[in-house]
Design a protein around this ligand. Structure first.
Ligand code: CMC
Length: 429
């Protein structure tokens, strides 16, 4: 039975349809609201706005649920690979063995980047942040690979090319930033191994694969692969809605991800923990500062717009952090500080009242440190992981029968009509 919400305004009654999703989450359809009533909705930060219908990712922030195409992220983290999860997100279902094999071949075939791009990389100032470089390079792909992206085949080709090349470009930017020789992708290596090899292999010390490190990277990327309508995904959809090419839309997503309130939080967490460590380890002071409304400081890696309980990704990440460090026989003082800080924060009335729990970024930086990833590359690692999600969301938005260019409204609060005053008559300037 169709459901409606009734709105009474200026003596008139309006019926607004209710849309119900497969997990029974409900939304009011306001498509006709302005036409019928003259009203718009006001929702800064889109905190309570459904911008699309989507069949990719389901989150329940109250229960701490995250599923990709219906499959719990816990199951994917345990059994899947990043490549398989990417296929799942982009194509809507798990691949058969033959489809996965074909996908791997395509990723290998497209993993090289145009040699001219190397020169491009080398001309960035040395202190450039890798996220700035990556987003610029992804946008530049359009100039190096200007082929059309119109038919399904062309789009699939571009998608594979992007997935394959971003990994190479990320490792390349790291090597160039260190002044080292670039390591090319190897067709005999799987997705994660290939990346680790391109990052860490050197002519004097061949990179040795450690099973636990490879698995940690797989899981790290699986946990980041999609998160429905977050800031960067919204950027991809909004920029994509103007019908730009895929590279430009993804580059916009990367720029959005860079911010410390979003994907940049993984770098910010490790910087925060390092500051606490350097200044004597007083994590309680950080908790007190985070509660002080006169102090702009926030506990990085805590809080989430949707999760009002423990982020399910953070649970997996925390366990993986422990397992990885013990497998590698590593001791990281930042992990001890993180755990103590978490213990104090989750038992503190302010954090309880505000539903603030560790999010995915709280422990992920420690995992990345153990893998050997430098701190300024952390958000790039997030970006590689989020890429299949952005692509899936972009593809879905391109095929959406309700697609329209993104164009919100506003409540204007500036001056009413006023008139131009010639310079000679202006006073007080
Ligand atoms: N430390 C201290 N107080 C906080 C924090 C925090 N990390 N996060 C939120 N609050 C407080 C905030 O001060 C506000 O308090 P009050 O209502 O008393 O004024 C209340 O909680 C609600 O905060 P908000 O900023 O309105 O919440 P939001 O949904 O707009 O922001 C957030 C979500 C993730 C930006 C925010 O929690 C935050 O800044 N966290 C730290 C940065 C971080 O870890 N970001 C990574 C998010 S997970 C990875 C990803 O998907 O991007």
């Amino acid at each position: 039975m169709d459901e409606y919400v009734t709105l009474n305004y200026k003596g008139e009654t309006y019926r607004l349809p209710v849309i119900i999703g497969t997990e029974n989450e409900c939304g009011i359809d306001i498509l006709a609201l302005r036409r019928d009533t003259g009203l718009i909705t006001f929702d800064p930060g889109f905190a309570n706005t459904g911008a699309c219908k989507s069949s990719i990712t389901y989150m329940d922030g109250e229960k701490g649920i995250l599923r990709y195409r219906g499959i719990p992220v816990e199951e994917l983290a345990e059994h899947s690979t990043f490549k398989e999860t990417s296929y799942l997100l982009i194509n809507g279902r798990l691949p058969t063995a033959e489809e996965l094999r074909h996908f791997s071949i395509m990723l290998n075939d497209h993993s090289l980047v145009h040699e001219d791009m190397k020169t491009f990389f080398q001309n960035f100032p040395r202190a450039s942040h890798p996220m700035g470089i990556l987003s610029a390079m992804v946008n530049a792909l359009r100039s190096f690979y200007p082929e059309l992206q119109t038919t399904e085949e062309e789009i699939n080709f571009t998608v594979t090319r992007l997935l394959a090349k971003v990994r190479t470009m990320a490792a390349m930017s790291y090597k160039i930033s260190r002044g080292h020789t670039v390591v090319y992708p190897r067709p005999d290596l799987a997705y994660c191994e290939n990346f680790l090899n391109m990052m860490f292999n050197t002519p004097v010390k061949p990179y040795e694969f450690v099973r636990e490190v490879v698995r940690a990277l797989e899981v790290f990327w699986i946990l980041h692969a999609d998160h429905e309508q977050n800031c960067s995904t919204t950027a991809v959809r909004v920029v994509g809605s103007g019908r730009v090419n895929l590279y430009a839309a993804i580059s916009a997503g990367m720029s959005a991800l860079w911010g410390p309130l979003h994907g940049g939080a993984n770098q910010a967490v490790v910087e925060m923990l390092s500051d606490i460590y350097r200044s004597g380890g007083d994590y309680r002071k950080a908790v007190e500062r985070a509660k002080d409304k006169d102090d702009p400081f926030r506990l990085m890696g805590f809080g989430h717009r949707v999760y009002k309980t423990y982020d399910p990704r953070a649970k997996i990440m925390k366990k993986m952090c422990d397992d990885l460090l013990s497998a590698l026989k590593l001791k990281d003082p930042l992990l001890d500080i993180a755990k103590e800080l978490e213990e104090v924060a989750v038992n503190d009335a302010y954090f309880i009242d505000h539903n603030l729990y560790p999010n995915v970024d709280f422990y992920s930086g420690i995992v990345l440190r153990a893998i050997g990833i430098p701190t300024n590359m952390f958000t790039v690692m997030f970006a590689i992981g989020r890429l299949p999600g952005w692509i899936a969301q972009w593809k879905e938005s391109m095929d959406d029968p309700q697609w329209r260019i993104s164009r919100p409204r506003q409540i204007y609060t500036g001056p009413s009509e006023t008139h131009y005053v010639p310079m000679a008559k202006r006073k007080g300037i």
